[in-house]
Design a protein around this ligand. Sequence first.
Ligand SMILES: [Cu+2]
Length: 211
Amino acid sequence: MTRSSTLAYFVFVAASMFPISEVLSQGSGQHSASHSAGQFKFPTAEVPKTEPEYIAKAKSAAPPNVANNATITMPGMTGKVVQKGTNGYTCFIGDDGTPKCDDQNAIEWRNALGAKQPLPDKVGFIYMLAGDTGTSNHDADATDKSHWVETGPHVMVVGGAPVHEMLKQYPNDLTVKDASQPFVMFPGKPNQHLMIPVHLDPVLVTGTTTR
Ligand SMILES: [Cu+2]
């Protein structure tokens, strides 16, 4: 091959290694809204009844190497262990159908909240890479959909005093202005925590009300 045909060959090989849409969107230098929006779906409210389906949905909350080595409980956090883990994470599906993977400090935080006990002075971490099914940002139990926010793929920092101190530097509006950037969920409530969106595309910004 000549030098120029060798170059052309490598360009061809490199291009064929990427989906054509990737190459095109990189070339145009802008996000393609329809292309990106079609790739992400918020989780459904379903809590699967069979173990394989439940496990698959629970695992969608974290990167495979985390979820594959996590304990999985069914149904919910207090359900039976359907996968025994080794990395300290516990993955499960909440009553609202939302999958999550909690580290041990996050589990302690949930237990303390559930028992209405003082929150541990610990910092916990939760993966919710499948996104959530939405909540009223002023009250997890509200049914009126006021201050509604749905968040795409995100992680969360949860806990007692150290986390509440950390939250002071983030937006704590009841009506979330921008769910594509870090914000405080349930500001001022015992279960307040930091939401950290991790998706790369602003198209995944979620719906909020103005109430
Ligand atoms: Cu979350």
